[in-house]
Design a binder for this molecule. Structure first.
Ligand SMILES: Cc1ncc(COP(=O)(O)O)c(C=O)c1O
Length: 368
């Protein structure tokens, strides 16, 4: 029987489609300002690097569940930073970056062709990839009424959102939890940008005001990539419903999905201190303020973008035209259609560039 390569069931990698815009931006005499991807550019904090180095001579296998120190540090940081209570350290599971977890979550939870996975309308593409890898059906919906009688098995929410920066308030998340509980669906809340709020707060799915202290059926996914600049280390964790986390742990043990021991030590140090995290937030805040003003002065409308690492921007034209306009200025941005059809007239502009490159973008926008 003919073999179907897994890659054949996945969407095309969209970044290849902005190669010509990238080449144009790179030809700018003062170099490219790449605001297309949300990759950290500031160095990893010294305490975290020291923690990594301090165990680099250890040669034994790490455990899939991670060290107790790491799990306790995760629980304590969630309480300190976001007011999340009632978590047991046993219900924390480290992951090799949250992209890995998201891409495999539907499969690890045993979903298949009979199951429906819901993603936000404008979404980080890996939620759909996860559904496809499990062979499940996938639908984009922001409102629960859009779903009709079809009961989903898994609902991904992402607040603050990539790409739009939209924050889902307590009321909205409460409705999602109530809906999921009525239908026996699991809610996976991707909280990668929870610590990067600019106006007001962003509640976690595990917040008592959202779930009334009951974590059943709820998973919160936390990445250290953005808040602690650890994208290169591949560091995240999932927590919430202890029974679901135990289920994930059981499968991941068999599958060898374990976080390297030095990275576990680095994560523990990162979760135990908040200073580097707030410093990083302030760096992004300054970059955001500068870019936001420059975009508005250049005639752009910035929608949503209350939190997170992106400005969701439009001039009312198709996103590819806007991408080309920026590329002429030597600035690379991401077309909104990468994230869903309703992004066709927006571009996503990342705040993840050095102060020097953000200043260059601001100058170019004022001359553009
Ligand atoms: C919404 C969202 N979730 C998850 C991730 C993955 O983060 P990581 O795999 O670095 O933890 C990203 C990365 O940009 C993201 O934007």
């Amino acid at each position: 029987m003919a073999r179907t390569p897994v890659s054949a069931i996945l969407p095309d990698f969209p970044w290849d489609t902005i190669a010509s815009a990238k080449a144009l931006a790179q030809s700018h005499p003062d170099g490219i300002v790449d605001l297309s991807v949300g990759t950290p550019v500031d160095p990893v904090d010294g305490t975290i690097r020291d923690a990594l180095a301090s165990v680099s001579a250890v040669s034994g296998y790490p455990t899939t569940h991670g060290t107790r120190e790491l799990r306790v540090a995760a629980v304590e940081s969630l309480q300190r930073r976001y007011g999340i209570t009632g978590l047991d350290e046993q219900a924390v599971l480290p992951v090799i970056g949250t992209k890995e977890l998201i891409a495999w979550l539907p499969r690890l939870l045993g979903l298949g062709p009979d199951d429906l996975v819901v993603t936000p309308e404008l979404a980080y593409p890996t939620y759909e990839v996860g559904a496809l890898l499990a062979g499940a059906r996938v639908v984009r919906a922001d409102g629960l009424t859009q779903l009709g009688p079809d009961s989903p098995a898994l609902i991904f929410v992402n607040s603050p959102s990539n790409p739009t920066g939209k924050v889902l308030p307590v009321d909205h998340l409460r409705k999602v939890v109530a809906y999921a509980r009525e239908r026996g669906a699991i809610v996976a809340s991707d909280e990668c940008y929870l610590g990067l709020t600019w106006e007001g707060e962003a509640p976690s799915i595990l917040d008592d005001r959202v779930c009334d202290g009951d974590h059943t059926g709820l998973l919160a996914i936390h990445s250290l990539s953005k808040t602690s600049n650890l994208a290169s280390y591949r560091a995240g964790f999932v927590t919430g419903d202890a029974a679901l986390v135990a289920e994930l742990l059981a499968v991941r043990k068999h599958a060898g999905m374990m976080v390297p021991f030095p990275v576990q030590a680095a994560m523990t140090a990162a979760l135990n201190t908040d200073e580097h995290e707030s410093q990083q937030r302030e760096r992004y805040r300054a970059r955001r303020t500068a870019l936001l003003a420059a975009l508005r002065d250049a005639g752009f409308q910035v929608d949503l973008s209350e939190a997170g690492l992106y400005l969701w921007t439009t001039r009312g034209e198709t996103c590819r035209t806007t991408v080309d306009w920026f590329a002429e200025l030597g600035i690379l941005v991401a077309p909104g259609e990468f994230y869903g059809p309703s992004g066709a007239k927006h571009v996503r502009i990342a705040l993840t560039a050095t102060d020097e490159r953000i200043a260059a973008a601001v100058d170019r926008l004022s001359e553009g």
